[in-house]
Design a protein around this ligand. Structure first.
Ligand code: SF4
Ligand code: MSK
Length: 625
């Protein structure tokens, strides 16, 4: 007998999402929730991490009656290997994204990237200087070429450490060196993980886990940081600006084109093309009032941070956005794009367009996007969206609610500027206890968790306790929709945070960007630690991924912990089948790197845990008696 679909009220906290899930059910469009129902219950072995498919003597499942696989691997080895490969997927995704930005910079320098340029020259020179490149008296081009070489080499295997370790406090680097987790090169660490997890290589679970930490550090301080910094160099360093969020940013009277994925290289060009007077005129000829570009997931975050485009939604809103019936095109690059979007698009007039050779979707319109031809391709893509407006069926259009105001664009540079040029006022506010600490809430949605309930619940609970919140990735849309990303949200904050944010005119929850931009948070922590002459693990800070789902989030969590940041996960990764691995994650890492993971599904209890940790760190720093 077919299962009853889950009650809509249990699936999400948002009215716009509820309206679209109901519409999907009326119109017979399958969503992620229907598929989750069909996939539940999941395989217990896979949930525990105790199934292995690493060779054809298996696959093997580890149980008390069958405690070893055919090769002899026990639960600890199998779980550690699986987790290692899981994190490798995430580190690879962020880092390959970072490398794509280096290639765009290379194309710019070779004169092969019409439409792209170095927008923030000062930042290019500054980051070059930070990694030890001589900048004084040199032409920008020479500095850029050397920077390019250095960053390319961060992916290789000959380096002793990735370049941006220049930002890390010495005491932290010493800890890493002592336990052998200094990240040498991005590809080096990922390849080594694939090697170690082959049958018969690394058969000591803690050893594999330490390498997972090293690999994650290569992501955070390498691949992701390169992605963030070069995106700023090429497209501009974000500054605070206002925008709007939720499904109501999709406009009934306009051609709506949604950009989705992670890399701004395609979507920046799409946005530029959408401003072309010829395309706007054509849209008007077809009866539209104009062309509206809105964002989904992290490509949305990238464009929101730098260009202020409105945000249609996060991970679990991507299918629902199309179900409004008012989306002419979804243009995707890579990561977190559910393959189902092709089928959902085909239920409407929506053109689904993929743009990366390495991220193709069967059934999509494909553009092999590259810097050389980007302008022309972007024009063609926007033109496809404009022409699709004529195919829209107005009787199927339903756009729920009203857009909510948000403020975005908080790069570290913007924060320092808002503080008057140095971090000292923030340090003082922390010392005085007005800001008791800070927590980065990052990551995804997961249909196993009521959509955005934890993301929003935790953010609200923390600001009440005078803990500043920084959000990235899909949590930023959630915070925006909940009204937390505007200066007026100080009314929901505790008295200290209200005073500090009120004086600066900023929200108590700061939008810090996309998933790779978690590197901005790392950089901020390092800068604060350097300012106070302490280790990152001494700071009253934390990180959380309440509704995470992806391999990337696992890598982010692990690089946060390995950097010394106490890190919360709303649900456990698939490691519970090994006591050794689980204990290492939730307690053993404390001795090695000064931080651990903790798993908690209740937002209030999670806030309590952060509170206790922040109190302990404040006391150890002598800030509270
Ligand atoms: Fe089984 Fe060992 Fe092969 Fe894994 S590596 S499938 S545990 S025999
Ligand atoms: S998009 S990794 S669902 S945050 Fe960066 Fe959102 Fe998580 Fe993808």
């Amino acid at each position: 007998m077919a299962k009853e679909p889950s009650p809509i009220d249990e699936l999400t906290i948002w009215d716009d999402a509820k309206a679209m899930i109901a519409k999907a059910r009326r119109e017979g469009v399958e969503t992620v929730y229907d598929r989750l129902d069909k996939q539940t219950p999941h395989c217990k072995f896979c949930e525990l991490g105790t199934s292995c498919r690493n060779c054809t003597m298996g696959p093997c499942r580890i149980t008390p009656k069958m405690p070893r696989g055919v090769c002899g691997a026990d639960a600890d080895v199998v779980v550690a290997r699986n987790f290692g490969r899981f994190v490798a997927g995430g580190a690879a995704a962020h880092s390959d994204h970072g490398r794509d930005l280096i290639e765009v910079l290379e194309a710019i320098l070779e004169g092969d990237a019409e439409g792209y340029r170095i927008k923030d020259e000062k930042k290019l020179v500054r980051i070059a200087g930070e990694i030890g490149i001589k900048t004084q008296g040199r032409q920008l081009r020479d500095v850029a070429e050397e920077l390019l070489e250095r960053l390319f080499s961060d992916f290789g295997s000959r380096g002793k450490e990735v370049s941006f370790l220049s930002r890390v406090p010495e005491v932290r680097k010493e800890k890493w060196a002592k336990i052998g987790v200094t990240p040498r090169g991005v590809d080096h660490e990922i390849v080594e993980m694939m090697h170690r997890t082959h049958m018969g290589v690394d058969n000591d679970a803690p050893n594999t886990m330490l390498h997972a930490a090293r690999m994650a550090l290569a992501d955070g301080w390498g691949g992701s940081m390169i992605g963030t910094e070069l995106s700023d160099v090429i497209f501009g360093t974000p500054k605070p600006s206002k925008s709007t969020a939720n499904l109501a940013v999709i406009k009934e009277d306009k051609v709506n084109l949604l950009v989705h994925g992670h890399n701004p290289v395609v979507s920046e060009m799409i946005l530029a093309a959408a401003r072309d007077p010829k395309l706007i005129a054509r849209a008007k000829e077809l009866g539209a009032a104009g062309i509206n570009i809105a964002g989904l997931c992290c490509t949305g975050n990238e464009l929101l941070m730098r260009q202020g485009i409105p945000m249609a939604g996060n991970h679990l809103m991507t299918e629902l956005a199309i179900i409004t019936g008012a989306v002419e095109a979804v243009v995707v690059d890579y990561q977190c794009i559910m393959p189902s979007l092709v089928q959902v698009s085909s239920c409407y007039h929506t053109k689904f367009i993929d743009t990366a050779k390495k991220a193709r979707f069967t059934g999509a319109i494909h553009y092999d996007f590259n810097p050389k031809t980007a302008q022309k391709q972007a024009y063609e893509i926007v033109s496809l969206a404009v022409e699709a407006f004529a195919e829209r069926d107005p009787s199927r259009v339903e756009i729920p609610g009203q857009p909510v105001s948000i403020m975005s664009g908080f790069s570290n540079e913007a924060v320092v500027e808002a503080l008057g040029g140095t971090l000292t006022p923030l340090v003082d506010a922390i010392a005085q206890g007005d800001v008791r600490g800070a927590v980065g809430i990052v990551g995804c949605n997961n249909p196993k968790i009521k959509h955005d309930s934890l993301n929003v619940g935790l953010a609200k609970e923390l600001i009440k306790r005078d803990i500043l919140v920084l959000v990235t990735g899909c949590v930023s849309s959630a915070a925006g929709k909940a009204g937390l990303l505007v200066p007026e949200a100080i009314e929901m904050a505790g008295p200290g945070l209200k005073k500090v944010c009120g004086a600066l005119g900023i929200p108590p929850v700061l939008h810090y960007g996309s998933c790779v931009d978690n590197s901005r948070i790392l950089q901020l922590c390092a800068a604060l630690a350097n300012e106070l002459h302490v280790d990152i693990s001494d700071l009253p800070v934390g990180a959380s991924a309440p509704e995470w789902y992806s391999e990337k989030a696992a890598s982010i969590g692990l690089y946060a912990v390995a950097s010394g940041i106490y890190t919360h996960l709303g649900h456990a990764p698939n490691i519970l089948g090994s006591e050794t691995v689980t204990n290492l994650a939730v307690s053993g890492l404390e001795d090695l790197v000064g931080a651990t993971f903790f798993i908690e599904s209740d937002p209030i209890k999670t806030a309590d845990m952060f509170d206790a940790r922040i109190n302990a760190k404040r006391q150890a720093l002598g800030l509270d008696k």
